[in-house]
Design a protein around this ligand. Structure first.
Ligand code: GLA
Length: 490
């Protein structure tokens, strides 16, 4: 089928340039939230140096290893990150997720490392990371216990922040398991307190907030309040290595583009490229993984979303196609683009038979995770056609364009539907604010890393895309006049 792109929403206008030295403060939502955020930002001693104006890149233990972690694991993973060249393309944050802690706090009330898994403690590990040109990430929880049942930070925020700073931790992931009743009602208040405690240490520590995109009655979803004090915030419950899950998370993040900005990003969870694991992350359920083309689509779209790029795979034994996807410098450049904008979905077409929404509501009572499919994803019954185009504004007068043939998320990619021809016409790009002017534009295929066609004025880019596959292109005017307007107009 030939698809003609129709842009239904405009690309948000560019944000004013923000100094590199300050973390972007971007209050959203209610006037009250805005006032609170502004007051927080202005509080003496709480100004925060910019840690990272682009999405964080690194590794995290959770997807491949769960609680099966150790000092040796971190050291050998770090070594592989260096040896494979992944460090040098930007993956420097080596994150230890849950289960690094001892069962109880020490006599002084401080968190301590698990004596068998991390016998030399966390500081020794942080020192080794820093010596290797890497950073160390660590995990805790805003409530009484972590999700895996270790001591949470509740009642100890200042003490734990000071401990992490003293150990040389560079990133904290802060989860939302085991809350008190008050915490459950006012999560933003508590997440903000930990942000303040981290700032008060004086050590630049990236703050990664994990409340699964939950919206609480009084405070709204995290993208409305977290940008004021966190570098990134999770937008959904956990990812797992199955195409339908990656698909659902991608759809859930489409409406969130306006909330991402330099230094503050939506977090659609970590990368499942090269990971194999049980369905729904439930031990004992059948193990799943992504195909090579699904993995490439996942990676490209996380770059388009300006998402943190946190490798989940055991890179010590990853096949070369996994390392090639993760290491593609041109996709990484899209992720790390200086504008820090999240791609918008410019086309979303689907045909076929879908599960009626009321049935989905009932199913979600049994399996709450299904809730995330509601409203953002229609579950396909049998054979469905789903074609999308996403556009991400880039600095330097260019834009990234992703053409997706998503197919139905539940069936095998080859059996029930075929390739799609997807076309993006010049007027669609113009409508999106791309200033193509009267020059031809040059297309770069960033997946295959080669120059593609030159499209004449008024022309279109067209690709045939296989099911569960994508094309990722960067377009720019071939010859911008010396006094060219920014590619994206305001
Ligand atoms: C939660 C988070 C996961 C992981 C686990 C650890 O489920 O969403 O990303 O950190 O806790 O227990």
């Amino acid at each position: 089928a030939m698809v003609r792109s129709v842009l239904d929403g405009r690309i948000p206008t560019p944000l004013p340039n923000v100094a590199e030295e300050v973390l972007v403060i971007r209050p959203a939502g209610s006037a009250e939230a805005a006032a609170e955020a502004a007051a927080f930002a202005d509080a003496p001693g709480e100004s925060y140096p910019a840690l990272h104006s682009t999405p964080v890149m690194g590794f995290n233990t959770w997807n491949a290893f769960g609680c099966d972690i150790s000092e040796d694991l971190i050291l050998t993973i770090a070594d592989a990150i260096v040896q494979t060249g992944l460090r040098d393309v930007g993956y420097t944050y080596i994150g230890i997720d849950d289960c690094w802690q001892a069962d109880e706090r020490g006599a002084d009330g401080a968190l301590q490392a698990h004596p068998l898994r991390f016998p030399r403690g966390i500081k020794a590990l942080a020192d080794e990371m820093h010596a290797a040109g890497l950073h160390l990430g660590l995990y805790s929880d805003y409530g009484v216990r972590t999700c895996a049942g270790y001591p949470g930070s509740y009642g100890h925020y200042e003490q734990d922040a000071a401990t992490f700073a003293a150990w040389g931790v560079d990133l904290l992931k802060f989860d939302r398991c085991a809350p008190t009743v008050d915490q459950d009602r006012h999560p933003a208040r508590y997440f903000r307190q930990m942000g303040a405690a981290l700032r008060a240490t004086g050590r630049p520590i990236i703050y990664s907030l994990c409340n699964w995109g939950r919206s609480d009655e009084s405070e709204g979803p995290p993208w409305e309040w977290a940008p004021a004090f966190a570098h990134m915030w999770r937008t959904t419950t956990d990812i797992f290595p199955w195409y339908g899950r990656v698909y659902a998370i991608l759809q859930a993040n489409a409406p969130l583009a306006p909330f991402a900005t330099r230094g503050a990003f939506n977090d659609p969870d970590m990368l499942e490229v090269g990971v194999e694991g049980p369905f729904l992350n439930v031990p004992g359920l059948p193990r799943t993984s992504l195909t090579e083309s699904e993995s490439a689509l996942h990676f490209s779209m996380w770059a388009m979303l300006a998402a943190p790029l946190l490798i989940g795979a055991d890179v010590r034994s990853s096949p070369s196609w996994v390392l090639d996807i993760l290491g593609n410098p041109e996709v990484i450049a899209i992720s790390q683009d200086a504008l820090g904008r999240q791609a918008v979905r410019a086309l979303d077409e689907e045909d076929g038979m879908f599960l009626p929404l009321p049935l989905l509501e009932v199913a979600a009572l049994v399996l709450p995770m299904l809730r995330e499919f509601i409203g953002s994803v229609r579950m396909c019954l049998g054979s469905c056609r789903k074609v999308q185009v996403w556009i991400k504004p880039l600095a330097n007068h260019s834009a990234a364009v992703a053409l997706l043939n998503l197919g139905d998320q539940l069936s095998d990619s080859r059996s029930s539907f075929g390739p799609e021809t997807i076309e993006v016409a010049a007027d669609v790009l113009m409508e999106a604010g791309v200033q193509l002017g009267t020059t031809p534009y040059c297309v770069r295929d960033v997946v295959r890393r080669r120059d593609a066609e030159v499209v004449p004025e008024g022309g279109a880019v067209r690709r045939e895309v296989a099911p569960h596959s994508h094309e990722l292109l960067v377009i720019r005017p071939c010859a911008p006049p010396p006094n060219a307007l920014p590619l994206f107009s305001s």
